[in-house]
Design a binder for this molecule. Structure first.
Ligand code: C2O
Ligand code: CU
Ligand code: CU
Length: 557
């Protein structure tokens, strides 16, 4: 029996056996810095009157996911203590969920109880909340402990989500099943006639690998997977291997897409060639809907997609597929010819074509929802109000000396560098750069030379493919606490073939909290630091990169 969530080391060694001398010494283990939070855990406050009060318990369960034996998963189980019944909706039978629905201005209390066998903490991805409710890794609680969140919803209407955030364990905890949706609505959205109830549909896209006992397999190629980021060999929709959504012919739908995968990037296109109609992104509705030939959706990103089945006869099937893009650097065959990793995950390589989900128009009905030409008021930040428009703060995400780094630094629980301190009330431009990086020192030697791994004379990973000296990998960059506008993307250093295959799939309008940077790409984003001082994190949302330390604090003073 394999460890349910362990590393399948045997498989790795078997692959590696083909002529290479491989020693698994890899300085990538997350630092086990024992955190001791300096602040006391927040408690129930008497003068906080919540509109919605929820008990949220993280717990291990055995769940039927595939036919046959049950799967060990980690789930959030929720109970509504106070509030409207519609505010809390489980995803029945799924490891995912729940869906929490709130309105801007409401007060939310969450009583998070950790019944996992390890530390955890919940982060509200995309939400503008005070420091102690943000789920900073230093706020992790032990098994059996409770953490109380009490905050007012200040965000715009949008699709937000929540997931664990303990340093070094976010990847496996999310992979085991822990993630839910936090849907925010507001007055502006309520004036529109957008689909509601059963016609407002979550579509959480994840990839997973199961073993022959139906257990989840994480990082089956050990450190190589960690470095590239985990890629599963099948797609799950809303936590189910059933990739068909049975919807009603004659009706219109709002599909709330969330890429909840640890590291997989999607290029989503309708199989019939019709455009993807996007009207919301991360933390906002767009000002007007956009029609795209395909939609690029990096890890952690959300998009609202309009689906109109009014002229579709019953029985129509519409497939949303992943369209291909040339990013072999990330796929299982990334080691190039003769590489030991060849085919390790090739059932579903990154950037290959495969079905993601199928909409089946199964019954018929009608509804009167409409997609207006004007959605949200585009009150975007005026770039001239930034304190550093012409000299943005720069953050380079790169591989440096065998570690994932941001400006050369790696994660330290409470450390902040001078360049990571910003002023409350200020508007800033940050230039986020995917800096690639070198796998070894610049001496031209084998990548792992001097580190005891893979520096064999087969030259397996030397100077070829991604594992040659240049490190080419996408980084989806996420900043806590804020929603930002994307001012520009610089693609001058992006492989033209890759850019050509993806360039029409980015939605850069709107309010974002995550921006996907393909190899060589950089983006300028603008944001305001409002309301709350404190320590927040920014990081790569490839969860394996994050766990390996591609995360830093920034401090609002
Ligand atoms: Cu969705 Cu810091 O994360
Ligand atoms: Cu976040
Ligand atoms: Cu990354």
């Amino acid at each position: 029996m394999k460890e349910p969530f362990g590393i399948n080391r045997r498989k790795f060694l078997a692959k590696a056996g083909a002529g290479a001398t491989v020693t698994m010494i890899w300085p990538f283990f997350p630092s086990c810095d024992t955190k001791t939070s300096t602040t006391a855990k927040p408690e129930l406050s008497k003068d906080f009157q919540p509109d919605i009060d929820v008990e949220l318990k993280a717990v291990q369960r055995d769940l039927s996911v595939l036919p046959g034996p049950k799967t060990k998963v980690w789930v959030y189980e929720a109970k509504l203590i106070k509030g409207n019944k519609e505010a809390l909706q489980p995803l029945e039978g799924s490891y995912l969920g729940p869906i929490i629905k709130v309105r801007k201005g409401q007060k939310v209390r969450i009583r998070f109880q950790n019944d996992l066998p390890e530390e955890s903490i919940v982060h509200w991805h995309g939400m503008h909340v005070p420091e102690r409710y943000d789920g900073h890794p230093q706020d992790v609680i032990n098994s059996g402990e409770t953490y109380i969140y009490e905050y007012k919803v200040m965000n715009r209407a949008g699709t937000y989500w929540f997931h664990p955030h303990p340093h070094g364990r976010t990847g496996p905890q999310v992979y085991n099943g822990l993630a839910g949706l936090l849907l925010v609505t507001d007055d502006e959205e309520q004036l529109l006639n957008l689909p509601q109830g059963a016609f407002d549909l979550p579509v959480v896209i994840q990839d997973r690998t199961f073993d022959e006992y139906n257990q989840l397999v994480y990082l089956n190629n050990g450190q190589m997977d960690r470095m590239a980021g985990f890629l599963g060999n099948r797609i799950l929709i809303n936590g189910s291997p059933e990739q068909t959504l049975s919807l009603k012919a004659g009706c219109k739908y709002r599909l709330r897409l969330l890429n909840g995968s640890n590291s997989r990037i999607y290029k989503l296109a309708w199989g019939d060639g019709n455009p993807v109609i996007v009207f919301g992104i991360d933390g906002s509705l767009l000002s007007t809907p956009k029609e795209l030939p395909y939609l690029m959706l990096g890890p952690a990103k959300r998009a609202d997609v309009w689906l109109d089945l009014t002229n579709k006869p019953e029985g129509t099937e519409l497939t949303m597929k992943n369209a291909s893009f040339p990013l072999e650097v990330m796929s299982g065959g990334m080691m190039g010819d003769g590489g030991m990793m060849e085919g390790a995950e090739s059932d579903l390589p990154q950037g290959s074509e495969y079905p993601v989900f199928t909409v089946l128009a199964s019954g018929s009905g009608s509804n009167a929802y409409t997609l207006p030409r004007q959605l949200a008021n585009p009150d975007y930040i005026d770039p001239s109000t930034a304190v550093n428009l012409n000299a943005p703060r720069q953050f380079t995400f790169a591989m440096g000396h065998m570690e994932w780094t941001i400006n050369g630094r790696t994660w330290e629980t409470t450390e902040v560098a001078d360049e990571e301190i910003v002023k409350l009330g200020s508007t800033e431009v940050w230039k986020l750069i995917n800096g690639g990086g070198m796998m070894s020192d610049d001496d031209g030697g084998g990548m792992m030379d001097g580190h005891g791994m893979m520096g064999d004379e087969n030259g397996m990973m030397n100077n070829q493919g991604m594992m040659g000296n240049r490190m080419q990998m996408p980084h989806p960059i996420h900043i806590h606490q804020v929603q930002f506008n994307i001012l520009e993307r610089d693609v001058a250093n992006v492989d033209p073939q890759l850019w050509d295959a993806i360039k029409d799939g980015f939605v850069d309008e709107g309010w974002h909290d995550t921006v996907l940077l393909m190899p060589g790409m950089s983006a300028k984003v603008i944001m305001q630091f409002k309301n709350f001082k404190g320590l927040f994190v920014y990081h790569c949302h490839n969860l394996e990169h994050e766990d390996m330390g591609m995360m830093r604090n920034f401090k609002i003073v």
